[in-house]
Write a protein that binds this ligand. Sequence first.
Ligand SMILES: NC(=O)c1ccc[n+]([C@@H]2O[C@H](COP(=O)([O-])OP(=O)(O)OC[C@H]3O[C@@H](n4cnc5c(N)ncnc54)[C@H](O)[C@@H]3O)[C@@H](O)[C@H]2O)c1
Length: 308
Amino acid sequence: MVTGGAGFIGSHISERLLDQGHEVLVVDNFYSSSRRNLVHLIDHPNFELMRHDVTFPLYVEVDEIYHLACPASPIYYQRDPVQTTKTSVHGSINMLGLAKRTGAKILLSSTSEVYGDPQVHPQTEDYWGNVNPIGIRSCYDEGKRCAETLFFDYRRQHDLGIKVARIFNTYGPRMQPNDGRVVSNFIVQALAGDPITIYGDGSQTRSFCFVDDMVDGLMGLMATDHDVTGPINIGNPVEFTMLELAELVLELTGSASQIEHRPLPQDDPTRRRPDITRARDTLGWEPRAQLRDGLERTIEYFTALPAS
Ligand SMILES: NC(=O)c1ccc[n+]([C@@H]2O[C@H](COP(=O)([O-])OP(=O)(O)OC[C@H]3O[C@@H](n4cnc5c(N)ncnc54)[C@H](O)[C@@H]3O)[C@@H](O)[C@H]2O)c1
């Protein structure tokens, strides 16, 4: 079962699971996605799609749960912040309850946002983070932190097979075109010939993981023994400034767009980079895609996307 399976990362996981011969149940309420991401899977004999909001209990028979349901981009998670917290907290309680009843392994797609605006670089999993509990990003950051707490409490109380992945910025085909994430923003703006908006002076850095690498990491984590719980950082440790990213997108799209600077939003972290030693040692995983190659594949996707 993949909750949030109609979303960007979830649709890639669902596809990979089907390719490996598994039966896949996608549970999604389409809060931040559409069926477009799944149209190519709908007729697959091992695929099933259920419209359901994970903040309500769910009774199905499953043996592995990828729990991804949660809006991931600020535009979506800030649209209805109370629902965002509910999705992380009630949604996790419901899915953990399901895992307990069925004996399924359950993986949480947590986030690098649990580190907030970090004071430790790069971030290791034992860093507790620097998160504003009352800011406009808190519904997402604190929601995920509480989801992690719930996962570990279910482990301690009920010995559940939990896996907690802390996902860092991921990009690739099937990101939503207008959800405000930096890679999709830059590509959409460049393809339209619109100005590329950089918040601040563009010196803030991010690390970008191509979605195929992310799927390898998450599935590798799911396949580990009962004693491996995480949390485990999954992301790309190579840092780029926003200015470097914008310039690469301009080069690869051949766009004549200009770069435009805007004020930095509240609580925007200036730097974030995963320490992936634990993923390397435990999963034998590290990202393989180069940013240039991943961007080319993402640009291809956005170029082919029908205007909506
Ligand atoms: N993409 C990233 O860079 C990134 C980084 C860190 C963490 N994550 C985490 O990975 C997961 C997937 O992210 P994504 O980038 O694919 O985002 P996405 O928004 O494309 O996918 C999330 C999916 O969850 C669904 N959803 C939201 N609320 C729901 C609810 N109450 N009930 C059922 N379905 C619901 C949405 O409709 C959507 O299909 C999220 O949990 C996100 O927090 C992603």
